[in-house]
Design a protein around this ligand. Structure first.
Ligand SMILES: *Cc1c(COP(=O)(O)O)cnc(C)c1O
Length: 395
């Protein structure tokens, strides 16, 4: 059996998305900036794709900018809000310790540009509160950036409450909604969201396509300079196959959101319940306020990387920490922010399911994982010390 359980890293392109992409690669290859018919047909497709995102985000079409992915959208959102703030002498930004690196590294750049950044601590359950945000806001705060759902532990923030706090304080609010888009309802009006990033390859669209929503009146700063595409805010000939695939995938995900969640939540909960019965294991993040397909636990005395290799031998693709940090020996910054000690954070496992994963696949994971944990513990000198009381159990 093969089980792909790493949908937070990327997803398979759906048939619907592929069908929407193909015509852009074949008969409808025109440049949407060209005046002749084949170019104008592409321009119509571009407008249609934009209206799909506007519709399901409750935005206007003029508020949607296509980018090369979630990372670029995050960069542009933060840079733009910073430039707006700087004009008013406001150079303080609030974010959190468990953001994606696309946000955290952009914030580091902002610091080099003279901004001051406050990163909020992550509470025990992995859910940032609106009260934390409210307390951190200062007269010189220009931006609050809090992710909608965390990519590692899947926890979902109270975005509408945080948005209301920001709106009341007159501070711009950005949310990295890459993990939430297509999986949770998003309403930029009701949630008081000023800037939002999403990425197509996290909801069965193609890689290399993102969306930046920016509320009307917010002046975007270009990250890519050049032609006048995207109202002059993002230069470069539009990635037409990617954009059309992204829109088709987004529509499909939004239309089937409830039934997908109804399918995934029981699978997620069964995995969390059964895997947390393994001795000296702990669930990472709130059990309820989490994405429908996210399972994340730490197993003490186990090396995450070794677990992944053994799972791979059994035909299961999973993840430990974030893909961006694999290859380095540092444990996940998200698990450290959650308060997991280094050694415990190293033994993390993330399983992220999508609607095509089945109950049989979840059972298959449950049939092999406890054996893998036992096997690795048997070989581990650290586990030996833990078992013989020479080292204290931390979980
Ligand atoms: C994947 C991801 C990104 C980056 O999106 P890309 O399209 O891969 O650049 C940003 N933020 C979060 C939360 C993600 O999961």
């Amino acid at each position: 059996m093969y089980v792909y359980a790493d949908n937070a890293a990327t997803t398979a392109v759906s048939k619907t998305a592929l069908d929407a992409m193909m015509p852009c690669l074949t008969e409808c290859y025109g440049n949407p900036s060209s005046l002749y018919a084949i170019g104008q047909r592409a321009a119509e497709k571009l407008a249609e794709a934009r209206s799909v995102f506007a519709q399901y985000l409750h935005a206007q079409t003029g508020e949607i900018t296509f980018t090369s992915g979630g990372s670029e959208a995050d960069n542009q959102a933060i840079l733009s809000a910073g430039m707006i703030g700087a004009k008013e002498g406001k150079k303080h930004i609030i974010s959190t310790k468990f953001e994606h690196h696309a946000v955290l590294h952009t914030l580091r750049r902002m610091e080099r540009l003279g901004f001051e950044v406050t990163l909020l601590d992550i509470p025990e359950n992995g859910v940032v509160t609106a009260e934390q945000v409210r307390r951190a806001i200062r007269p010189d705060t220009c931006l609050v950036s809090v992710m909608f759902a965390n990519n590692e532990i899947g926890t979902v923030q109270p975005i509408a409450e945080i948005g209301a706090v920001c709106a009341q304080a007159g501070v711009l609010f950005h949310t990295d909604a890459v993990q939430a888009a297509g999986h949770l309802p998003i309403d930029v009006q009701a949630m008081h969201i000023d800037l939002l990033s999403l990425s197509a390859h996290k909801f069965h669209g193609p890689k290399g396509v993102g969306v930046l929503y920016a509320r009307k009146g917010i002046a975007l700063t270009n990250v890519i300079e050049g032609g006048a595409q995207e109202r002059g805010k993002r230069a470069g000939t539009e990635n037409m196959p990617g954009i059309c695939g992204a829109a088709a995938a987004f529509r499909e995900a939004c239309l089937h959101m409830d039934e997908n969640a109804a399918h995934l939540i029981p699978l997620r909960d069964k995995l969390l319940t059964e895997l947390s019965k393994i001795p000296h294991s702990i669930i990472n993040g709130d059990r309820v306020k989490r994405l429908p397909g996210n399972v994340n636990l730490c197993f003490e005395g186990v090396e995450g990387e070794s677990m992944l290799l053994l799972l791979d031998e059994k035909g299961i693709s999973a993840s430990s920490g974030s893909a961006c940090t694999s290859g380095s020996l540092d444990p996940s910054h998200v698990l450290l922010a959650l308060g997991r000690p280094h050694e415990v954070a190293h033994g993390s496992l993330r399983l992220t399911l999508c609607e095509t994963n089945t109950a049989e696949e979840a059972d298959y994971i449950l049939s092999v994982l406890p054996g893998i944990v036992d096997y690795l513990r048997d070989m581990s000198p650290v586990w030996d010390e833990l078992e013989h009381g020479q080292r204290k159990h931390q979980i």
